[in-house]
Design a protein around this ligand. Structure first.
Ligand SMILES: [Zn+2]
Length: 441
């Protein structure tokens, strides 16, 4: 077994006390953390010794809502008001193949690892391809096969959608890092009968997490009111899907009674601040949901909606929007934000017993962050520095399950040049198609 000892590090174990350990060490045996503490590092014969030279060591970050393959759509038609119907949906139907999903997900994997994200929850199409990329790239993924009734690229009927979910489960059941998941797209794109079928299917697959977009848009509110005379949370509840561990993305349009229902059902929330703001959708009541006991993680949404997949670029909007809501500097302090990015995000995915903190028995998923950039100094409150000053380029090393995925900013588990070349080649096809659409008027 590989033994690793990281010493002379500023350690954020993300324990209950949110301790800050100056000059500490982390001892790793195989894929597991044996010890993390202050003071002189223990003598460990045959260990790889890493002198962190005062750099920060903390748990890898958790991004609980993403559509990784959509990196290939990043920035496309950004200022075109009807870009979804003009470009994206027709192009998804034309271009989304297993190969495109592989290439887009590899680009995302490179970006995530470079940014210190070690666990991601994804929902898209041809999700077995996504699982395979996560497997090869060495990080962790909750990979969700989307089920929707709008004729998506990989299934014409709901039965076909469930068959894809079954295949995904068959391929990855028991995998240490790739967790198969099922993702009914949203209330308006599945409706009660399909959501109910997912709920019953999930009863038979207790280890398969369920993900859904929920209470995200005004049009969703209108759809739920018109078709069921209810609010989105109530529609999901009526379908029997508001169940323990349900990973709900967005949850902007939730009132006090919705929040009480969600807390009672023990659902979890993935908060997508930048994506929500870019579309002008509103501000999720994050503080109220957390106060009610609902775990909330910090997510990016897909790169078309949120552009980047790192959590650093989410931190400022996450805290600022709650401060704006509260007309005060106090809401959503830095320790809470970093907690949400780590252990609370892990809890959203049902993985907090396994990861999210640097504590004995946890999986060795950790990142080393260089604090030497001028914008990172001085440090009075390391959590505030992380929230407002740190950027993905500051992440120097990344370890998942005891294996280095990045050392000295070089990703070891993916061929960077090939990933970029494949992505740009498909982007060229997208550009040509956009030109064709524009020429057609
Ligand atoms: Zn989404």
């Amino acid at each position: 077994m590989m033994l690793v000892l990281i010493k002379n590090a500023l350690i954020l174990p993300i324990d209950d006390a949110m301790s800050v350990i100056d000059n500490g060490y982390v001892h790793i045996d195989g894929d597991t953390i044996v010890a993390a503490g202050a003071g002189a590092a223990p003598e460990i014969p045959n260990a790889e010794i890493i002198d962190a030279d005062g750099d920060l060591v903390m748990p890898g970050m958790v991004n609980p809502h993403c559509h990784m393959a959509m990196t290939l759509f990043r920035g496309l038609g950004e200022d075109v008001d009807d870009r979804l119907y003009r470009y994206v949906l027709p192009m998804e139907r034309k271009f989304v193949t297993p190969e495109m999903v592989r290439v887009g997900t590899e680009l995302a994997a490179l970006e995530l690892i470079e940014a210190g994200v070690t666990t991601v929850a994804d929902m898209y199409y041809f999700e077995t391809e996504v699982g395979r990329v996560v497997d090869r790239a060495g990080f962790r993924g909750v990979v969700g096969q989307t089920i929707a009734d709008f004729n998506p690229p990989d299934h014409k009927t709901i039965d076909e959608g469930f068959a894809l979910a079954e295949q995904l489960v068959a391929e990855f059941a028991g995998h240490d890092r790739v967790i198969p998941s099922i993702a009914p797209h949203a209330p308006y794109s599945t409706d009660i009968a399909v959501m109910n079928r997912v709920a019953r299917w999930a009863e038979d697959h207790p280890d398969v997490p369920v993900q859904i977009h929920l209470a995200e848009m005004d049009s969703e509110m209108e759809w739920c009111a018109k078709n069921h005379g209810m609010r989105p949370v109530e529609v999901v509840d009526k379908a029997g899907l508001l169940r323990k561990g349900l990973i709900c993305a967005h949850c902007l349009h939730v009132n006090e009674s919705d929040i009480a229902k969600m807390a009672h059902a023990q659902v979890c929330v993935a908060h997508n601040a930048r994506s929500n703001a870019k579309a002008g959708r509103g501000i999720a009541p994050v503080e109220a949901m957390r106060k009610a006991g609902i775990p909330v993680g910090i997510a990016t949404d897909g790169p078309m909606s949120g552009n980047t997949l790192d959590l650093f670029s989410q931190f400022a909007p996450v805290t600022m929007f709650q401060k704006l809501l509260g007309h005060s500097r106090k809401p959503m302090p830095a320790v809470d934000v970093i907690r949400m990015a780590t252990i609370e995000g892990a809890r959203v995915l049902g993985l907090d017993r396994k990861l999210g903190s640097l504590e004995p028995g946890k999986k060795a998923d950790l990142i080393r962050i260089d604090l030497s950039a001028p914008r990172m100094q001085p440090v009075y409150d390391i959590y505030a520095s992380l929230m407002f000053s740190a950027m993905p380029v500051d992440v120097r090393d990344v370890m998942v399950a005891g294996k280095w995925l990045m050392r000295g900013r070089e990703v070891l588990s993916l061929e960077r040049r090939k990933v970029m070349r494949d992505a740009l080649q498909i982007a060229g096809q997208f550009k040509a198609e956009m030109a064709r659409i524009d020429a057609a008027g």
